[in-house]
Design a protein around this ligand. Sequence first.
Ligand code: AMP
Length: 421
Amino acid sequence: MQNANLAEVTFADLGLDQRLLAALNAKGYTRPSPIQEQCIPHLLAGKDLLGCAQTGTGKTAAFALPILQMLLHHPRRMPRHCVRALILTPTRELAAQIYKSFMDYGANLRFSCAVIYGGVGFQPQIRALQRGVDVLVATPGRLIDLGEQGHVDLSQLAVFVLDEADRMLDMGFQPAIQRIVSELPEVKQSLLFSATMPGTVKKMVDDLLKDPVNVAVAPVSSTADNITQQLCQVDGANKKQLLLHILKEKHPEGLVMVFMRMKHAANKIAEFLSKNGIPADAIHGNKSQNARERALAAFKEGRVRVLVATDVASRGLDIKGVELVINYDMPDEAEAYVHRIGRTARAGASGKAIAFAERDDRSMVRAIERLIKQPIPELENHPFVPNKSAPPPSDSPHPFDRPREKGRSKVGFQYRKRRGR
Ligand code: AMP
């Protein structure tokens, strides 16, 4: 991973223990990334911190390494059900990924770590919590469920981390986070990390952090410089064909993530691609956790080339070899664009992002460009450039072409009998 600093700081310079250094070495990390370099000394000193850095720049290690070092230097047996460090994250897949990072970075330490999230059985998670854990990675809903059943005790907590903090503090998650925060002790270290930080969550951020250090290694919400971005104007009815064209003609190789708004549409597009000879699967919130994990594993192993996803997969997921991200539908919030395209160009690699924009998407495109403070260059020579003067073609047949409805041939209005009336 690139480090902008000329005086090349090493992990050893940051004061990390030999056992952590050995694990980093085994992972092939030669130097700390800028967010790691700037966060780790403050976190080792026990400060609260707000960390903003571009997607894929090593935020997990920035908080995991100091937590592991703290466990090493302050060993303590946790009472039953108690937790020393809690990491909250919005999606199950991200929780599993962060858990794995803790296990990798802490490979040479003796510590206990558990991960809990919804969609899978309770019993293994209950057993994992029984004897108390040093590190717990959790999604909010399952943590509250298990907490209310008496399996989690947060009264001994020393470190609280909110990953993807802006998402965790927005309307959807806010009540759950407040509920969890109300269980935490007054004295603790709190860390918030995200690549985007909209003004709407600033108040909650201020409430959660005490005298925090602010670390922002690139302008907040900026997109990684190594992502080439393009915009394709296209009518809705032609999007499928444009997708096929890009995947067959322009990018016939490499892993691709395609982001959609609707869960059922994600299934349909994955089926459409598979039928057209491009191995694809879908991941979204309507699938069982097993099916989600299977799809993700098949994609990571390259057995499917295209993962069609809703925003459940837009944040934090670190999948090697994703070369292209396609925004098939524009997101509902500009911030989601930054997170979606951040699934490519991770750890210093480069990548490409293509957004499909229908006529109605103009204001969202402008909002995104304002957020990322740069225009997205338009690709003007693809085969489906809309004819700007003609009305957009429609997906459904024109009313004049509609087939005759069965059983409606009698003259006069027919009032359908409704049950119970
Ligand atoms: P994260 O932003 O934590 O998801 O990390 C993004 C990617 O960068 C992951 O694949 C990490 O394994 C990798 N990574 C994190 N820190 C470093 C580092 N110092 N040197 C090289 N790769 C790193």
